[in-house]
Design a binder for this molecule. Structure first.
Ligand code: KG4
Ligand code: ZN
Length: 353
């Protein structure tokens, strides 16, 4: 079946066309087309996402993007999948209203979809136009999913597609949020993740260990929870100390702080995730969310999973950060489980998995 995916939970307006087949044990996807408009530049001056501006931009861009998508693909759809939550409620509403209107006009079902489930199933999606259908025959359950985004840091037990149990969560800032806040402290633009990663790589090319050592929050706690706000505060105090007489941070200092911060985050993510895979006997590790675009974190997990013989599933680059492909895929999983009611659903900013 052919699904139109719609994502408006944050600052990306995204639409996709995904062909879906297979049953719940082996869902398969073919990416036909995707279109995305990022508002990141508009929000940059606020240092984060400004909800009213996001809403206005989504409202303006949704019809424009749909027109473009339909111009490129003259096709009909069997269903629409739209993000119901979690996310910014005013932003979510724009996508939901748009989806419901289209659903009525085209007389097809509208499937409310969980954004975090989208990040989990994002690993099943092939690249746009390149790989055809992606079959994941090699994947074994149970799996653990690590979700690392701007709004979430979660460890989720996945006994089968469509069934999820959150076993670890952040106590304060999400990991992507920590990247964004540390970037701001260092005077780097929003979104901070890619900027920190670039700066860290420059220091890493000179030295394997940064002279700027950060604490490893909750590394030894016996649970699967995370905390990143202390790490951000550590960077803030260090920067205040280095600049207290009006000095500016040098380029080297920025690079070394980014390097030290990235190392600390990576170690905590690795340690907690590996403990969760051992504890649950997971055979597969899924990692989703914008932060997995980070090369250092990606490499660290790839090396370790190889060593420990764990199957590692990562999204393609375009499916890692917020997109509508993953929403279409998550909508298909819900469709297979017949897990959606009528059209009378609301945006839910704090929707749980
Ligand atoms: O999944 P996502 O696109 O949106 C949310 O659902 O939040 O994740 C966005 C987050 C931002 O905090 C951004 O800074 C972070 O992902 N991010 C990265 C990188 N690219 C994006 N963090 C670290 N390294 C990167 N290369
Ligand atoms: Zn996301």
């Amino acid at each position: 079946m052919k699904i139109l995916g719609i994502e408006t939970s944050c600052d990306e307006t995204a639409l996709s066309i995904v062909e879906c087949s297979g049953d719940i044990t082996k869902p398969e996807f073919k990416v036909t087309d995707a279109i995305i408009n990022s508002q990141a530049k508009l929000h940059a001056e606020y240092g984060g996402v400004f909800p009213t501006l996001a809403k206005r931009e989504h409202q303006k861009n949704l019809p424009i993007l749909l027109e473009e998508l339909l111009r490129r693909n003259s096709t009909s759809f069997d269903a629409i999948a739209v993000t119901q939550g979690p996310g910014l409620e005013p932003a979510l509403w724009t996508g939901i209203v748009f989806a419901k209107e289209l659903g009525e006009k085209w007389n097809i079902p509208v499937i409310p979809t969980n954004h975090m489930e989208g990040h989990i199933v994002s690993v099943l999606l092939p690249s746009l136009d390149k790989e055809g259908w992606r079959s994941r025959g090699v994947m074994n359950f149970p799996a653990i999913a690590l979700l690392i985004s701007g709004g979430h840091t979660q460890l989720v037990k996945v006994p089968s597609w469509g069934s999820y149990e959150v076993i670890g969560d952040t106590k304060d800032d999400a990991v992507g949020e920590a990247f964004d806040k540390v970037a701001r402290i260092l005077g780097l633009p929003y979104p901070g993740g890619p900027e920190i990663s670039k700066q860290a790589a420059l220091s890493r090319a000179r030295q394997s260990q940064s002279p700027f050592i950060c604490p490893r929050p909750m590394l030894h706690s016996k649970d699967f929870h995370f905390s990143f706000s202390g790490l951000k505060t550590h960077v803030l105090y260090a920067v205040q100390k280095l600049t207290k007489n009006g000095q500016k941070l040098t380029e080297e200092q920025i690079q070394e702080i980014a390097h030290g911060f990235e190392d600390a985050v990576t170690e905590v993510l690795i340690k907690k995730t590996m403990a969760a895979t051992e504890d649950t006997g997971a055979l597969t590790l899924i990692i989703g969310g914008g932060v997995i675009a980070n090369t250092h974190i990606r490499n660290a997990f790839e090396t370790l999973c190889k060593e420990k013989d764990i199957i590692l599933l990562l999204p393609t680059h375009e499916a890692a950060t917020d997109n509508a492909l993953m929403i279409a895929a998550a909508g298909y999983i819900k469709f297979l489980r017949k897990d959606f009611g009528g059209i009378d659903f609301k945006a839910e900013g704090n929707l749980a998995l």
